[in-house]
Write a protein that binds this ligand. Structure first.
Ligand code: ADP
Ligand code: ADP
Length: 218
């Protein structure tokens, strides 16, 4: 469960997130929909404790992550894809991440399988395509087998097969009773992936409703 209470983030004169309140429940995929610049990434960073809100508060699974990063086994996250320029292999990249929290090698291999990177696990991450990079990011998010998963624009740059794969993965995670929040600027994508929508624009809440109701009101 994710709770945002009057979350607000200002950068100087600019208000990126404006008095945003919502709850994300476990068991269904919740889409976080809004155009580029709407404040989705900023909100997610505050939920994860990576950015401090100017005012308001956020809680994940009843815990407040204001000053420190949420641990991998409680919240798994993939923030907006940035190319990982490393000579390390995907396996060693994940192993290094796992080592910081005492996650086993067995689990590293498990998530590599889960995201379909087994064939390239020994290859340099620096040479990965965007889609492979997204899969690696998702592997990192799932490493700790977290109850809550937060993914920022995971289908960006993916081929159709990759998009279908993510859709099924997200539904599977929600079906296991996890809390799943996934952002997108594409209504068409969210209509097919999510069951519930939190829609924002210019940092403000526009709708917090089922996809079916949101589509019907158009
Ligand atoms: P989205 O993820 O929906 O595309 P963002 O959360 O990235 O939106 O950005 C929301 C607004 O906040 C944008 O206007 C963006 O330019 C601004 N912003 C985000 N991060 C910073 C920052 N570190 N400094 C100043 N402005 C920022
Ligand atoms: P099961 O079908 O019993 O979940 P799996 O082999 O699929 O068995 O999963 C092994 C471990 O990985 C379990 O701890 C399970 O909770 C976890 N797990 C399964 N699917 C996912 C997933 N999509 N993301 C993260 N962890 C998962």
């Amino acid at each position: 469960m994710i709770e945002a209470h009057s979350l607000t983030k200002r950068y100087g004169e600019h208000t990126a997130v404006d008095d945003l309140s919502f709850t994300v429940r476990p068991g269904v995929v919740t889409g976080f929909l809004g155009p580029n610049g709407a404040g989705k990434s900023t909100t997610m960073r505050m939920l994860l404790g990576l950015d401090a809100p100017t005012s308001g508060r956020a809680a994940v699974n009843g815990r407040k992550y204001a000053e420190h990063r949420a641990p991998l086994h409680e919240v798994g996250a993939m923030l907006e894809a940035r190319a990982v320029h490393t000579g390390r292999s995907a396996y060693h990249h994940l192993l290094a991440l796992a080592a910081t929290t005492g996650i086993s090698r067995r689990r590293v291999n498990e998530v590599i399988d889960l995201v379909g990177l087994s064939a390239v696990a020994g290859k340099r991450v620096g040479g990965f395509s965007l889609g492979m990079g997204q899969r690696l990011g998702i592997a990192g998010a799932l490493l700790g087998d977290p109850a809550t998963v937060i993914l920022d624009e995971p289908v960006n740059g993916l081929d159709p097969e990759g998009i279908l794969w993510i859709r099924n993965l997200l539904k599977g995670l929600a079906g296991e009773g996890r809390t799943v929040l996934v952002s997108s600027h594409l209504m068409s994508e969210m209509a097919l992936t999510a069951e519930h929508l939190i829609v924002i624009g210019r940092g403000r809440l526009i709708a917090d409703t089922s996809v079916a109701q949101f589509v019907a009101r158009a």
